[in-house]
Ligand binder design. Structure first.
Ligand code: HEM
Length: 206
């Protein structure tokens, strides 16, 4: 009983513990918030780094294999939108290796230089380069020269939807990217509409 009394006396007379406010900066003070923010930032940074490393080890990509226009660095670089004529666009057909390869679909121009094996002069889809062949994108008549035109008169809803589908393909691609517009000469309404090719998508009802 006496020892208990003695211990409490020693405790009472010893150095008083530092109060909370003396040891830890109060969370509401600017330095307290700053400290917590730094800790949070470091944690997020380390987490991101680990995530990138794990993604690369497992999928060989930093985005867990997910690829679209947002993983295409070209789309994050601010650039002046090109406005080309058909003649200007024709230079970018892949025949000059010092120039990029462009193709256009219904006025929208895309850089497809990343795949010269597809879009270069000897590529399977080289016929689309340096021009707006919207019609062929809709009719699939890529071997028919008269379809390699931006003249989309008389196309069916399905064919127009197919053209839009290809635009979406290039708009959302992880490698190709939109660079601007091609401004066409208006189509003379008296010119004949290109005939369907044998292998083209048949018009509805045919
Ligand atoms: C007999 C008909 C066709 C065959 C056998 C064929 C075959 C192929 C093959 C094997 C690929 C590569 C797929 C890959 O990336 O692994 C491809 C891609 C492609 N095809 Fe075709 N295709 C045909 C018709 C068409 C037509 C009619 C169009 C356009 C109207 C077209 C447009 C494309 C495009 C844009 C690509 C993507 C090229 C790229 O990734 O940049 N194809 N095709």
């Amino acid at each position: 009983m006496s020892s208990l009394r003695q211990r409490s006396t020693i405790k009472a007379s010893g150095p008083s513990p530092k109060s909370f406010s003396e040891t830890t900066p109060p969370s509401t003070s600017p330095s307290g918030w700053c400290h917590r923010l730094k800790q949070f930032g470091s944690l997020v940074g380390i987490g991101l780094l680990l995530n990138l490393m794990a993604s690369f080890i497992i999928t060989e990509s930093f985005t867990w294999g997910y690829q679209n226009r947002y993983t295409n660095w070209h789309n994050w670089v601010p650039r002046t939108k090109l406005v080309l004529s058909d003649q200007e666009l024709a230079q970018y057909d892949g025949s000059d290796p010092s120039l990029p390869i462009y193709l256009a679909i219904n006025g929208r121009v895309y850089d497809v230089s990343a795949s010269p094996h597809y879009y270069g002069p000897y590529g399977a889809y080289g016929v689309f380069s340096g021009k707006d062949a919207a019609r062929a994108w809709g009719t699939n008549c890529l071997q028919t020269p008269s379809h390699l035109t931006y003249d989309v008169r008389d196309l069916s809803e399905d064919q127009l939807a197919a053209i839009k589908g290809w635009q979406d393909f290039y708009d959302n691609h992880h490698t190709y990217y939109y660079v601007g517009e091609v401004v066409h000469e208006p189509i003379d309404p008296n010119t004949p509409i290109p005939e369907d090719c044998r292998n083209g998508v048949p018009k509805p009802g045919n």
